[in-house]
Write a protein that binds this ligand. Structure first.
Ligand code: NAP
Length: 336
């Protein structure tokens, strides 16, 4: 099989560094040249890949030439700025920002759920929002037993979900407070140390934050179900890594907890953990979405409640993107 040449756009960030780590771990397909791109601030610095230093380059119009794939780990405006140049260079852009996720011409993919959509791409494939990936990995095995008509979700999202700056803010604020100083606030809308913030992104007219709407809008696209309804409350918590979610769902048909348990046990990429339950620390730096606290809802016959946790930098971002590339690359190579 031909080796796949991959550039990481935003290689120095929280997602970009995790992408490099996930690429290093790949064993059943060959990765050729790896090119690391970031801002001019990082140019000339190095990151290790398989023990060898790779030099970071400042991204330019010619950075994508000779690449098969570009993994995007930059914010929306940068993803939009560079996408035409990536497509022009003939590379496939697998983007982690939300810039293209709801574009009808761009597949939005979780390979364990809708891998077939990958092959409809026209140069860009979008990686879903991290909380959406973790929730859908947990509920898609149930959805395959019976359509889910509505979901009510509360998220508990780690500070690294806001990138390297979010991680630094929690650590800095804890040190400031321990030293008797006031916490300085730069990245989050309020102090995150020893606190919870029920806001991720701006609010719409109905009072929902942009993060809260993603699970509804992206969930409909990934499950190919425009009737799906998800009402969400997203909360930033002072946890370094891994998003956790409390999910209540209603199915069209009555499902026994035994059949739900069996579906979750058989689902690829999911671990049913009822001994006693998953926590963010347990789920850090691994790819499984863990599900626990499975129980019947007390207010509705067809209602089921569960708790899930997943590493949002790995399965919620880098791993999912690399899985998309792997699936696409293997298929392209086997058809050549
Ligand atoms: N963090 C998560 O858990 C998560 C999960 C899913 C999706 N995402 C999405 O993934 C993307 C990256 O997030 P992140 O958390 O990794 O952010 P981050 O830690 O802030 O990293 C941002 C990256 O963008 C680069 N960058 C900034 N300005 C640039 C410029 N002018 N030209 C080129 N590169 C530039 C930075 O390079 P320098 O170091 O050179 O500034 C850095 O590599 C975002 O769209 C985010 O919404 C994040």
């Amino acid at each position: 099989m031909k080796a796949c040449r991959i550039a990481i756009l935003g290689a120095t960030g929280a997602v970009g560094r995790t992408m490099l780590q996930v690429l290093e771990e790949q064993t059943d397909w060959e990765i050729g040249e790896v090119r690391l791109l970031a801002s001019p601030r990082s140019a000339g610095q190095t990151l290790l890949f398989k023990g060898q230093p790779l030099t970071l380059e400042a991204v330019t119009e010619t950075s994508f030439e000779g690449m098969d794939v570009v993994l995007g780990a930059v914010e929306n405006e940068l993803a939009k700025r560079w996408a035409p140049w990536i497509v022009k260079a003939g590379a496939v852009f697998v983007d982690n920002s939300s810039a293209f996720r709801l574009d009808p011409g761009v597949p939005l993919v979780i390979p364990q759920i809708n891998a077939e959509d990958i092959f409809k791409h026209q140069g860009i494939i979008a990686n879903p929002n991290c909380a959406t990936i973790i929730a859908l990995m947990a509920v898609a095995p149930i959805y395959r037993l019976s359509r889910i008509t509505r979901m009510i979700v509360s998220t508990y999202q780690a500070v690294s979900g806001a990138g390297a700056a979010g991680l630094a803010e929690l650590k800095r604020q804890i040190m400031e407070l321990e030293a008797g100083k006031a916490a300085t606030i730069e990245t989050f809308p309020a102090q995150i140390a020893y606190n919870l913030i029920p806001q991720i992104g701006g609010f719409n007219e109905a009072g929902y934050s942009s993060e809260e709407m993603k699970l509804n809008d992206e969930g409909q696209k990934i499950l190919h179900d425009p009737e799906l309804r998800v009402s969400c409350t997203c909360v930033r918590v002072p946890v370094l890594r891994c998003h956790s979610e409390s999910i209540y769902l209603e199915t069209e048909a009555f499902l026994s907890l035994d059949e739900v348990r069996q579906a979750l046990e058989e689902a690829e990429g999911v671990l049913l953990n009822e001994q006693p339950y998953p926590t963010p620390l347990d789920c850090t730096d691994q790819d499984l979405v863990e599900v626990g606290r499975l129980r019947r809802d007390l207010t509705c016959e067809k209602g089921i409640a569960l708790w899930c946790c997943g590493d949002q930098l790995r399965k919620g971002a880098a791993t999912n993107a690399v899985e998309i590339v792997r699936e696409w690359w293997k298929s392209v190579q086997s058809s050549n």
